[in-house]
Design a protein around this ligand. Structure first.
Ligand code: ZN
Ligand code: ZN
Ligand code: ZN
Length: 261
């Protein structure tokens, strides 16, 4: 198989779906697509390089479910708990790396990780079993293997947040932004001619820090309708109901879904 393989490890919002204590139609649904771990993707590039975007509290189960055995890097979009609280569970991926596991994030996000997981960044505290991260502050673009990665800064409440543009060795362009309310023009300009867009579509009603379904559809349409996958859903989103209402170029992502680009 050639091309880049993207696996959705999680497509849920910050509390996950089902929600603890909730008996709603989605939380009690028998459709496995209505069960959502916290949002994250795994990417396997055609050159063999593998990485994650985000490492939330479901990370360990997600890695076991997807049978992940190695990672070359982890990218962190922002420092909300649902995207970083599995950080220490990355330990096995750093055990065989003398330099540590590369963690690519904006400087502000790295600062938040160093504050929340100070023990992992302490070089005096280097037991072989501990997590050994190797921070890489993101400045514009960098390469993971043959894939060029570009930061796509977005507005998501008051936390510094970036999406990511992946330009593959095969010339494909993939944008991932699971947490976004507004996309600045400077970022939008970087998002022309996409082969894949993955974007936040939290729920049906507007939210102060996330796109709702209509906003995500409008943005995708305004970008000339690249093939689009929606993610980061609450329990207000019933998969088999929403999927019937979406335009042809838009698909709902669900946990374990794979796409090859
Ligand atoms: Zn989130
Ligand atoms: Zn519910
Ligand atoms: Zn967030």
């Amino acid at each position: 198989m050639t091309g880049m393989k993207i696996t959705f490890l999680g497509t849920g919002t910050s509390v996950g779906v089902p929600v603890i204590g909730c008996d709603c139609k989605v939380c009690t649904s028998s459709d496995p697509r209505d069960q959502r771990k916290r949002s994250s993707i795994h990417i396997a590039a055609s050159d063999g390089t593998q990485w994650l975007v985000d490492c939330g509290p479901d990370l360990r189960e997600q890695c076991l479910r997807a049978k992940l055995r190695k990672l070359d890097a982890v990218l962190v979009s922002h420092a909300h708990s649902d995207h970083i609280m599995g950080f220490d569970d990355l330990r096995p991926f750093s055990w065989h790396r003398s330099e540590g596991l590369p963690i690519h994030a904006l400087p502000e996000t790295l600062d938040a990780l160093k504050s929340a997981f100070h023990f992992a960044f302490d070089d005096e505290n280097r037991s072989p079993g501990y997590f050994h991260p190797h921070p890489h502050p993101i400045v514009d673009s960098f390469f993971l293997g043959e894939t060029r990665v570009t930061s796509l800064p977005v507005i998501h409440g008051n936390v510094v947040t970036t999406g990511f543009l992946f330009e593959t060795a095969e010339g494909k362009r993939i944008a991932y932004m699971s947490d976004v309310k507004t996309i600045p023009d400077t970022t939008r300009k970087l998002m022309q001619n996409l082969d894949v867009l993955v974007i936040d579509a939290l729920r049906f009603t507007p939210h102060p820090t996330h796109m709702c379904v209509d906003e995500a559809i409008a943005f995708s349409t305004d970008l000339n309708c690249p093939p689009t996958w929606l993610t980061h859903f609450t329990h207000y989103i019933h998969t088999s109901t929403l999927e019937r209402e979406l335009p042809d170029h838009i698909t709902m992502a669900h946990d374990t879904m794979k796409i090859v680009v």
